[in-house]
Design a protein around this ligand. Sequence first.
Ligand SMILES: Nc1nc2c(ncn2[C@@H]2O[C@H](COP(=O)(O)OP(=O)(O)OP(=O)(O)O)[C@@H](O)[C@H]2O)c(=O)[nH]1
Ligand SMILES: [Mg+2]
Length: 323
Amino acid sequence: MSLADRIYNGERAAIAKAITLVESKNQSDKLEGKKLISELMVKPGHSIRLGFSGPPGVGKSTFIESFGKYLVSKGLKLGVLAIDPSSQITGGSILGDKTRMIEISKSENTFIRSTPSKGSLGGVSSGTREAAIILDAAGYDYVFIETVGVGQSEILASNLVDIFTLIVGPGSGDELQGIKKGITEYADIFIVNKNDGDLKIEASKTQSDYKSAVSYYRNDDINSPLKDVLLVSSLEQTGMDEVIQAVEKIIAYNKEKNEFDKRRFNQLSFWLEEQVKALMQESLEKKLKEEIAVSDLTSQVVEGKIHMYEAIDQIMTKVEKKI
Ligand SMILES: Nc1nc2c(ncn2[C@@H]2O[C@H](COP(=O)(O)OP(=O)(O)OP(=O)(O)O)[C@@H](O)[C@H]2O)c(=O)[nH]1
Ligand SMILES: [Mg+2]
């Protein structure tokens, strides 16, 4: 049986192998991975992709474990793709997040992949998008993507998912200032985690801070389910009903407004553009090295034979000719 067929059958070993292929830096693996993804994209599954981002230590992994358990208890299949900064130290993907998601990783209905963030671009690793396609084809209902919030990465992560969620902790009012413009624009749902014990009062305060901060970005439709601010405790597994309800409402709303398909279309076109740009840059840099004597021109600049800007013009003329 082909690898694609084994994935359609939901075979775990096949999924793991396929994700390894799309994450690989090896040329022949890459080629095989591309063929596989092309095959899988012809017959997509039905999964909804949810992105979870937020500052380090806010409880993203704990939330995913807790919310994941909740979904699995409802009979749903869940795939988790985590970009794990903690495994950066060991360079492996086994010791990090998996230990924190131990319970759900035991379930037959979950597939968890934790990728070290080393070498990844802004928190989203190359291969995450492809891994989501693999899990979708394998029949998973939800695919979660966890990324650490470091500026640009959230914007990249929001480009991979149907719903993008920002998780914050109680009392993150300071961050609010910085996040206001960027992230609140991209996030569809806000979750204030750690709403338990002594932190409850602070969590409620954070919720209202966020509510007023995001009110500016809410659309005119008062019935819009977007940009709601929810309170949860991942440790006590409370607030999970509200999260799934918010997710379902947004999906239904976006589908009705044609926004759901539009987002996926835009994401695909962003992907195409990104790939072409990367390939163009690669090929131009190669040409620049091989055929255009940058160091010669540099010497001429140093020796005062030509000006810096003349050198740049000369290079650009040559580059344009190549294109
Ligand atoms: N009180 C309380 N603590 C929590 C809750 N969720 C997570 N924590 C604690 O917060 C700490 C960080 O949790 P993680 O789930 O590792 O956080 P993270 O956001 O995934 O962290 P990174 O992946 O390192 O960015 C741990 O000590 C958790 O036990 C919660 O709901 N309530
Ligand atoms: Mg984590």
